[in-house]
Design a protein around this ligand. Structure first.
Ligand code: NAP
Length: 248
């Protein structure tokens, strides 16, 4: 028996990076997967093709996670296509790094709306079907930066710290309905997002990581599989770091 056999998962931002690894791992563990992307239609098609397994449904949806109405349309469509929804992974996220002195209102709003408001948008929509099923697992993608803060990332750190508080609150609200909610907080993971960083910043991170390497997307996805599965049945309201001991 696979860990997520016959479960239906909705994963935001599944076209690249950690989200694409989430799709792969969830399918390996027997889940049917609906995933979203913002604009990378070709990458989304590639993710579907690479993970095609007989008996498993994988569907991609173009949907802006920061848009409340789009989240409602998306969840209704997924419920129509898959019949139920057991797991939500709010993974979609962006950075727009700069020191606060230079940060524009637009850079602040964009990051907060994409990273934090999206979590509100999607959670709002899945609660009713999960309450009806008396079962649900929600995983929100945070970051260790939401715990430690980081110069040049006030918008990003605020969005990720907000996710941690949101997750703890939802876990307390929904515990009696058997809906669990946890934050996964990656450290430095090799993806397009971290490719943007200059060599000096990468070396500075590496020097401070006790495991002496950057993380892989699949290593974050493995923790999400565990939390989404019955193996994590008594874990809710927690922030689980996946960071090679960068923070302890
Ligand atoms: P990535 O490689 O840049 O991929 C981001 C994904 O999110 C893409 O699939 C993208 O879709 C999607 N996306 C962005 N904005 C969206 C929107 N408004 N609506 C729907 N989808 C949207 O990023 P990543 O490194 O895998 O990061 C994934 C998550 O992990 C993020 O929440 C990030 O903050 C978090 N995280 C990453 C690291 C790291 O080291 N990489 C560390 C800590 C936390 P398109 O392909 O269409 O653009």
């Amino acid at each position: 028996m696979k860990l997520l056999q016959d479960k239906v998962a909705l994963i935001t931002g599944g076209s690249r990076g950690i989200g694409a690894a989430l799709v792969a791992r969830f399918v390996e563990h027997g889940a049917h997967v609906a995933f979203t992307y913002r604009s990378s239609a070709a990458e989304a098609e590639k993710v579907i093709a690479e993970n095609a397994v007989s008996g498993i449904t994988i569907k991609a949806y173009q949907s802006d996670a920061s848009n409340f109405q789009a989240a409602e349309t998306l969840v209704n469509q997924v419920l129509e296509d898959f019949g139920k929804l057991d797991i939500l992974v709010n993974n979609a996220g962006i950075t727009q790094d700069t020191l606060l002195l230079r940060m524009t209102e637009e850079q602040w709003d964009k990051v907060i709306e994409t990273n934090l408001k999206s979590v509100f948008n999607l959670c709002k929509q899945v609660l009713k079907p999960m309450m009806k099923a008396k079962n649900g697992a929600i995983i929100n993608m945070g970051s260790i930066v939401g715990v430690t803060g980081n110069a040049g990332q006030a918008n990003y750190a605020a969005s990720k710290a907000g996710i941690i508080g949101f997750t703890k609150s939802l876990a307390k609200e929904m515990g009696t309905r058997n809906i669990r909610c946890n934050t996964v907080a990656p450290g430095f993971i090799e993806t397009d997002m971290t490719d943007e960083l200059d060599e000096k910043t990468r070396e500075a991170y590496l020097a401070n990581i006790p495991l002496k390497r950057f993380g892989k997307s699949s290593e974050v996805a493995d923790v999400c599989v565990f939390l989404a599965s019955d193996m994590g049945a008594y874990i809710s309201g927690q922030t689980i770091s996946v960071c090679g001991a960068l923070t302890t």
